[in-house]
Design a protein around this ligand. Structure first.
Ligand code: FES
Length: 107
């Protein structure tokens, strides 16, 4: 495997029901992760983009949260419907998807 151009971390943290911090898993991280992997397969972009599930990224409310490096951009409330746009504009196009980006005060 070569070093990817961009690395996407999809928070898949689970917590018990009614935990005060909630979790990205409860907010739909699993179908989101599947959508990222399916899009990666569809585009055959394995040499350019890496998709990795992760534990808690920090700001749990407003998930599922997705962190993209090397830019260090945090996306919040991402849904499977957003995945193609994230690929088109950021992962392949290099342009941050501002409508999904965490507030600067948070990240
Ligand atoms: S549970 Fe996903 S950021 Fe904390």
């Amino acid at each position: 495997m070569t070093k990817p151009l961009r690395h996407v971390f999809v928070c898949s943290q689970q917590r018990p029901p009614n935990h005060p911090r909630g979790s990205c898993a409860a907010a739909g991280a699993s179908p989101l992760l599947q959508a990222f992997w399916a899009e990666l397969q569809k585009r055959q972009a394995y040499e350019q983009i890496a998709i990795t599930y992760s534990g808690c990224l920090g700001p749990c409310d407003g998930g599922p949260n997705v962190l993209v490096y090397p830019e260090g951009v945090l996306y919040r409330g991402v849904t499977p419907a957003d995945v193609a746009e994230v690929f088109d504009r950021h992962l392949e196009g290099g342009e941050v998807v501002e409508r999904l980006r965490a507030d600067a005060a948070l990240w």
